[in-house]
Design a protein around this ligand. Structure first.
Ligand code: 5GP
Length: 115
């Protein structure tokens, strides 16, 4: 059993976050330390630690990450200009929170992917 983390507490609304969307599969909230004018995290409600741990059982939740990202991009008014979706995995990927999540970043030109 993977260890619970800060995102599990946000999903259960035990600690505050600016939650934009929640359903049975995913929760979306603003990143506490935004790297762009719009920086939203969309997380699976079930605890999947990393991209290495996904299984076929998770396909509905993983698909939902994309449909919710598109919905929020529209709400944020960044859909036309564009945005970036990122999933970090483990140390070399720069993952800090071991609870699978997609970053939605936009609202300014983001530059090249890798510095
Ligand atoms: P990672 O590096 O794991 O892909 O991204 C983790 C993200 O979670 C970081 O961008 C970080 O700013 C954000 N984060 C960490 N702790 C909290 C928190 O307590 N609340 C919110 N809203 N975001 C957090």
């Amino acid at each position: 059993m993977a260890e619970e983390n800060i995102f599990s507490k946000i999903i259960r609304r035990e600690i505050p976050a600016d939650i934009l969307y929640q359903d049975d599969l995913v929760t979306a909230f603003r990143d506490i330390s935004p790297k762009a004018p719009s920086h939203i995290l969309i997380v699976t409600n079930v605890l999947i630690p990393t991209a290495n741990d996904v299984t076929a059982d998770d396909e509905a939740a993983l698909g939902r990450l994309f449909t919710v990202a598109a919905k929020i991009a529209l709400q944020e008014g960044i859909d036309e200009e564009g945005y970036r979706l990122i999933v970090n995995c483990n140390r070399h990927g720069g993952q800090e929170v071991y609870h699978l999540h997609m970053h939605l970043l936009g609202g300014k030109p983001l530059g090249p992917l890798v510095a």
